[in-house]
Design a binder for this molecule. Structure first.
Ligand SMILES: Nc1nc2c(c(=O)[nH]1)N[C@H]1C(S)=C(S)[C@@H](COP(=O)(O)O)O[C@H]1N2
Ligand SMILES: [Mo]
Length: 361
């Protein structure tokens, strides 16, 4: 349909602004989706997936991008909605098949996007109302959102190439929002999002440092008390294959010290200087060939009581069974008597209170 171009008053939000925001939103969604998928595959690696052990802060970077792009997408999505909302209620509701597709895709896209951004935000603020349900749901709905986004873009692409149409749609906005007012709205929403993730959460949560909190100390994710590891018996031993090591025996082995981050999936990360025995040395001492290594903790039944170290990480000389952090014996909360710390791994897999290493494959 050919529509004559209309003059857009200078104060009105221009199609240029709407397209710009759409583009930024697309970039934020793209970054968030790709880094989210990476995080999913790192935690549940399919056979074809290999995650490098270097740089040591790789997961810290990808997950930081994931959480930041997700938080940034919230005000961008609201801004995008603001620029197009009259269209959402335009009649007739359905004009043609492509039009119905476009409307349907927008509805799905909006629902899925809000679900992702809101549940993600809750998770980033260390709220766990979805303890068991969150990761698979967040992952599945991401695919739905991306599917709807692709349909939306495919249907919209011919339209985007017709400036007249864009101008007509945009100039029908009744709000007569100035560019300045619009930017203020977007900025205000961004500030709210940032406050909700960082400042707003700190007073509610005693035990953890959250996204945006620049605390020098290393946060504790799950305390020993919460994990039910209140004391460690003096007869504690680390079992590696058929060998057993007491803590003094581990201390007597050659130690490696490395600066490595803990990068929690929820977005916070902190670097520390860890000292301990490389896992590959322990496997060698026990006479077992390195492979994927199951790491078990003293914890009875927590979600993260055990993890599996991929073979590449098990072989890496910086993958440690740490005994000390920043020159001090590990505290019980940080995983005493020993905890796993490996380069470029999600925090959930940095198992604390380790009791057994077993090559599983
Ligand atoms: N056994 C055990 N280890 C665990 C966890 C857990 O719940 N149980 N939480 C993990 C998570 S989610 C993170 S982010 C890191 C945090 O380590 P920290 O508490 O020493 O900072 O520990 C990991 N190790
Ligand atoms: Mo975590």
């Amino acid at each position: 349909m050919k529509v004559p171009a209309l003059k857009v008053p200078a104060r009105e939000s221009s199609p240029h602004t709407a397209t710009r925001i759409g583009l930024w939103l697309g970039i934020a969604f793209g970054l968030c989706f790709v880094t989210g998928l990476l995080s999913h595959y790192v935690q549940h690696p399919p056979g074809w997936f290999a995650w490098p052990t270097r740089p040591v802060g790789l997961y810290r970077i990808t997950q930081g991008v994931h959480v930041t792009s997700g938080v940034a997408a919230i005000p961008l999505l609201l801004a995008k909605l603001w620029t197009v909302y009259p269209k959402l209620f335009a009649r007739p509701l359905v004009k043609s098949v492509p039009h119905a597709l476009e409307r349907g895709s927008i509805l799905v896209l909006l629902g899925a996007s809000f679900f992702e951004l809101v549940t993600g935000l809750f998770n980033a603020t260390q709220n766990y109302p979805w303890q068991f349900f969150f990761p698979p749901a967040h992952h599945a709905v991401a695919w739905i959102a991306v599917g709807a986004l692709l349909v939306h873009i495919a249907v919209k692409l011919p339209l985007m190439r017709t400036p007249a149409e864009e101008v007509r749609l945009s100039s029908s906005h009744p709000g007569k929002l100035s560019r300045r007012g619009f930017l203020l709205t977007t900025g205000g929403a961004a500030a709210v999002a940032v406050l909700a993730t960082a400042g707003g959460t700190v007073p509610w949560l005693r035990t953890v440092s959250v996204l945006g909190t620049r605390s020098a100390a290393l946060p504790v994710n799950r305390t020993a008390a919460a994990a039910g590891v209140s004391t460690v018996d003096s007869d504690w031993r680390l079992t590696v294959g058929s060998r057993q090591f007491s803590r003094p025996e581990l201390e007597a082995l050659p130690q490696t010290t490395a600066e490595l981050p803990i990068a929690c999936v929820e977005g916070w990360s902190a670097s520390a200087r860890w000292t301990g025995v490389p896992v590959r040395d322990l496997l060698a001492l026990a006479g077992v060939e390195p492979g994927d290594v199951r790491v078990e903790s003293l914890e009875r039944d927590g979600l993260y009581r055990a993890s599996t170290l991929p073979a590449a990480h098990a072989r890496d000389p910086l993958t440690l069974l740490a005994l000390e952090v920043d020159g001090e014996t590990l505290s019980l909360d940080h995983g005493y008597p020993c905890r796993l710390i490996a380069p470029s791994r999600p925090g959930v897999t940095q198992t604390k209170w380790v009791t057994r290493l077993e090559v599983v494959r």
